[in-house]
Design a binder for this molecule. Sequence first.
Ligand SMILES: *[C@@H]1O[C@H](CO)[C@@H](O)[C@H](O)[C@H]1NC(C)=O
Ligand SMILES: *[C@@H]1O[C@H](CO)[C@@H](O)[C@H](O)[C@H]1NC(C)=O
Length: 291
Amino acid sequence: MSPLMGLLGVLIAGLLYHTCVIAQDDNQACYATVGEPYTHFGTKTPYSVVLNKDDSEVKFPGCRPAQFWLTARHGTRYPGEDDIELMARRLPELQQTALKNAAEGRGELCEQDLTNIRSWSLAFDVSVENNLTPSGEQELFDMAKRFQRRFPTLLGPPYSPEKHKFQSTVKQRARESGRFFAKGLFGDQPVEFPKSEKNHPLLQFYKTCNRWRELIDDSEASRHERYTFQNSTHMLGTIDHVSRRLGFTSNMSYADVRLIYDICRYDKTLHPDRVSAWCAAFSEQDLKVRG
Ligand SMILES: *[C@@H]1O[C@H](CO)[C@@H](O)[C@H](O)[C@H]1NC(C)=O
Ligand SMILES: *[C@@H]1O[C@H](CO)[C@@H](O)[C@H](O)[C@H]1NC(C)=O
């Protein structure tokens, strides 16, 4: 039996509901100087934060690995077109207002955090909407390396089209995730990917399941939990803290706070080694209340 390996692109769909954690207002002096800032960012959590650090070879007495199959989600992607347009329009306005607030003596941001927000600008435009980010490429590359160390007899080079099978959806982020996974295993050896079909029946089964689309994906009932959460004391508390930290005299809208949260986590996943300027608007407890 030949060892097979499949890399499948996008599989998980549906609404992701939000978990929440008790919020407390812990005043932090300066976000920029926090040594290891909190980076559990829901669906934008960098893989490096949550990966299984045990990459030792998997061994069971009397057994040897025969097959390895993996269905993987794509790595970190850029926001979609609508979200990027909103960021490009609204964030510079919020930036100006927050800086003006600080100049007038309102808000709780330290000098360094203000300087970081002042020099912030949006690092991407709609041309990359939904594409895999460079950090996303690295995530799949590194994941392949870790699996290779766990199953060296199956996943080691050289690549052989008979032994190693790959498939992704047509989406750029899925295709490139597959390509970088293959690169992690086989370096620059060219790897065959069969041409992807639109609405792949296995990888994108949800695209053709009308019952799921109507009863779950498009239903108002599915959004109920999200609306309840947006109105919860946890979320209202976070909005209150963020508004005060940025020097607003009334509470900001949920949408604005959510936008700042999004740019905070996107900038962090794009540049894991840098301080993500907008994260300074949140305390660690606020970041745990995921909007
Ligand atoms: C939040 O609560 C207010 C008043 O309690 C209500 O008017 C509003 O529709 C609620 N919003 C959402 C998104 O549920
Ligand atoms: C902001 O919202 C919080 C929580 O809902 C509330 O306690 C506070 O009074 C509001 N602040 C302003 C300035 O309206």
